[in-house]
Design a protein around this ligand. Structure first.
Ligand SMILES: [Zn+2]
Length: 326
């Protein structure tokens, strides 16, 4: 039932301002807190996107569900256009034709603007007002952050790293194929950029929010902040996420000398739970820097130094260098 008169409805609608609206402020604050920087209402871009993230070549539109007809169904039967309301976009019964026409125009314009932006090489993200209500807010913001990181990786980081075409034993067990003439082990040049390289080429770890922050001959450190996307059904950090973090630290330490090394046997013991907001630090310390089968131990701790999990890892060094981007 539409309880407002046409005049009341008009006054009501006119009162909804288009700038600095609450949903937009939620997105701005949320992304700022997550470390993203942006410009507002870029005048030179089609549609004046609410937020523009140049580094990610991404425009974000924060759309009101009513004005932009979120989830409404538009059907066109025998020249009669019908628009069905959705859960968050209730079209007033009074003056229905007017609102239907208005919402259709807005939707068409949105589509056209995003098409033009895409042609100019911009990505577009639409955030709906209903996705920002308190119960969904953090999840939505995490998902925008995830999408932005994903876009960045696709545009820059996720370079296709060719697997080296070197004839070598195909993952035979360590006892075989000892090659003493190998010079790889002393390859200092390859060690320099292992942190930067793995941070960009381990796409799985990067997408899970894990970063290597330190690596040298003795140890390697990787960090991750637990967000909603890391939580399991018990509302604590999922074991796979912890494993990924530890595995990244292990990979950094094992590949530090530039020789391609894969894990062959990692074991994890979960000691205590990590919760949303925890800043985790995985420190991998070498136990045995064997030229073929190195071994390592990892302790994952939270910001208070509490032990979250303990991981042991054994690797297998291949007779080839870690692939680089050249
Ligand atoms: Zn909605």
């Amino acid at each position: 039932m539409d309880k407002l008169s046409a005049q009341q409805r008009h006054t009501n609608m006119a009162a909804i301002r288009s700038k600095d609206t609450k949903p937009e402020m939620i997105v701005r604050c949320g992304l700022w807190k997550r470390g993203f920087r942006y410009r507002l209402n870029h005048k030179r871009l089609p549609g004046h996107p609410d937020l523009v993230l140049r580094k990610y070549r991404t425009c974000i539109f924060v759309n009101g569900c009513f004005w932009h007809g979120h989830d409404v169904i538009i059907t066109n039967k025998q020249k009669t256009i019908n628009v069905e309301s959705s859960a968050c976009c209730k079209i007033p019964k009074t003056n229905k034709e007017f609102w239907v026409a208005k919402i259709r125009r807005n939707k068409k314009r949105d589509k056209e603007e995003q098409r033009r932006l895409a042609e100019m090489g911009w990505h577009c993200i639409t955030v709906w007002e209903c996705e920002l209500k308190p119960s969904k807010r953090e999840e939505t913001l995490d998902s925008i952050a995830f999408t932005l990181n994903h876009i960045w990786l696709q545009d820059h980081g996720a370079i296709v790293v060719p697997y080296p075409k070197v004839e070598e034993e195909d993952m035979q067990m360590p006892i075989a194929a000892e090659d003493d003439s190998l010079e790889i082990h002393k390859n200092k040049k390859a060690t320099m950029d292992i942190q930067d390289l793995l941070n960009r080429t381990d796409r799985f770890a990067a997408n899970a929010g894990c970063r290597i922050t330190e690596v040298n001959e003795q140890h390697a450190v990787a960090e991750m902040t637990v967000t909603t996307m890391h939580l399991n059904g018990g509302n604590v950090c999922q074991g796979g996420a912890l494993f990924t973090l530890a595995d990244l630290a292990i990979a950094a330490w094992m590949n530090y000398n530039g020789q391609l090394t894969f894990g062959i046997n990692n074991g994890i013991m979960f000691v205590s739970s990590a919760r949303e907001g925890d800043v985790l630090r995985a420190e991998a310390v070498g136990i045995c820097d064997h030229h073929k089968i190195p071994a390592v131990e990892v302790r994952v701790t939270n910001q208070e130094g509490r032990l979250i999990c303990h991981v042991t890892g054994m690797g297998y060094r291949k007779n080839i260098n870690v692939p680089t981007e050249e």
